[in-house]
Design a binder for this molecule. Sequence first.
Ligand code: DC
Length: 211
Amino acid sequence: MIIALDGPAAAGKGTLARSIAKDMDLAYLDTGSLYRATGVAVLQAGKDPADPTAAEAAARGLDPLAIDPVAIRTEAAGLAASKVSAIPAVRAALLDLQRTFARTPPGGKKGAVLDGRDIGTVVCPDAQVKIFVTASLEERSKRRVLELRAKGETVIEARVFADMAARDAADSNRAASPLKPADDAFVLDTTALDAAGALAAAKAFIESRLK
Ligand code: DC
């Protein structure tokens, strides 16, 4: 059982993926963390995340069990992730890791939930359940501002909005695995939903697919 959740930043897919995994006792993989960790590794090596050779080496050397959860959550890590994720050799290097997780979930779980940008289209095109989680740019930007303020960061709202619009454009317009809903994905718009509402809508869809 594979559940694929894709969508733009701050649409609520991470929270939703974690809730579904907990609810259904499935393993969970945040694939964005792999791209973020690759970006951070390139920066730590003093290289440019847009440099294909440095980025591929970082992706190939990635140890998913050694990812620093704090270091990958900064805005700089997000920006570096966006750059490395546009490089086809980086995507190829991370593909096996993601597919292995989906097909043989750790901890003896009977399935896996993966969230990212291309899970339903490229990583697991055979997933039984595909959900494309989205929300308006205004709402996602508002959520990111609250998230950053909760971490004690000083933020300029217009800057967060502009960065998110730029990230959306980069993720959607890149040639390698662009962000787009799979043909058979259920599009879940969370603009007017809280976490519980999004989980209820997702569960109703999952149940309809598993019948
Ligand atoms: O979801 P996130 O913000 O942690 O993702 C960080 C970056 O990684 C984002 O710019 C898109 C990219 N990414 C990707 O290209 N493919 C994935 N499966 C997951 C993330």
